[in-house]
Design a protein around this ligand. Sequence first.
Ligand code: NAD
Ligand code: DAU
Length: 361
Amino acid sequence: MRTYLVTGGAGFIGSNYIHYMFRKYDNEIRIINVDKLTYAGNLENLKDIENRENYSFVKADICDKEAIRKIFKDNDIDRVVHFAAESHVDRSIKNPEVFIETNVLGTATMLNAAKEAWEKADGTFAEGKKFLHVSTDEVYGSLPDDGKSFFYETTPYDPHSPYSASKASSDFIVKSYIDTYHFPANITNTSNNYGPYQFPEKLIPLVINNCLQGKELPVYGDGRNIRDWLFVDDHAKGIDMVQEMGTLGQKYNIGGHNERRNIDIIKTIIHTLQEILPDDDPRKANVSEDLITFVTDRKGHDRRYAIAPDKIKAEIGWFPETTFEVGIKKTVEWYLAHMDWMENVTSGTYQKYYEDMYSGR
Ligand code: NAD
Ligand code: DAU
């Protein structure tokens, strides 16, 4: 049975990945989820799997060398899937320091602990051990608004925000371990994810939540910045496929082939809500394009991201399966069916969940 160490598994993508992996492998794998439970980590995301015998949770900071070492010492880890990070660009502009600590130093801690546990006396690595570093397309900088240029694995790094610079640094540290020690790792660089369990500071859940409450929908700048949206389950599948079928030492871009302007995303959400909400739902009256409010632009706002997922398709056979029309409808429906989750997250109540759930355990 393969044992996975997943970092940041209580966050948006990490929790979707854990759900995906149990759906796919059921009792064939064991997952240990290590998460510090920052404001973005929410164990409620994993409520339905938390009692599985082949799942366990460790509350720890990835910068805590001893805590991470202990996990490797106590368990024969076969796979590391490293999600844990500070992930929000706006927060990195206000407070860059924690991004450098977690994203750069935390990644180095994870690499060192894995290297120490997996390296043999002759400097080679035990058979079958693999580390996957989850990164972002933002490391490549910004593309012109021409619809023709794309990010490839060979595109030079040109990060602009403290967030993307910290992720770029972490990618280079992983690369240096691959190049220097032949450390068994892959790097994936992925475009904007959307789907269930995303913290409502990010554009899509923020717009859904504000619409339902009749609050303004803040559009940065002219609203014509472009992102390449990928349904989170497709990302989870891509990560697993890269780890099992990719060539060790290689990096793979994972993208949705789904470029949209922010203003169009917002209008699509408004129209989807208008379509789904029943006429007698009092919230329906709130949902209108009149809520759209243009606000001051994000500092250093990248204009366009677009990944060409050619390498992962050619080498591994992965492609984005979920169309945006299907994915956004599923996402809006999920939030409508989980308004208690949204309320707990926005009120901060979810942070008590850990205490309630794990006190005395
Ligand atoms: P998220 O903010 O929702 O979750 C991050 C998780 O990491 C949280 O559970 C948090 O508690 C945990 N964490 C933060 N600091 C920690 C620390 N010091 N020690 C242990 N745990 C810590 O983020 P996300 O959107 O799920 O992103 C996950 C990863 O994917 C990140 O590495 C991010 O850079 C990358 N990524 C995200 C996207 C996206 O669209 N969201 C796209 C590409 C890549
Ligand atoms: O590209 C991958 C990246 O996607 C990940 O690495 C990041 O972790 C993830 O947060 C995401 O970054 P973005 O900055 O693209 O996502 P965000 O949802 O914050 O913003 C999406 C776009 O919407 C961006 O152009 C800024 C704009 N925006 C965002 C918010 C929160 C608005 O116009 N208004 C808003 O209120």
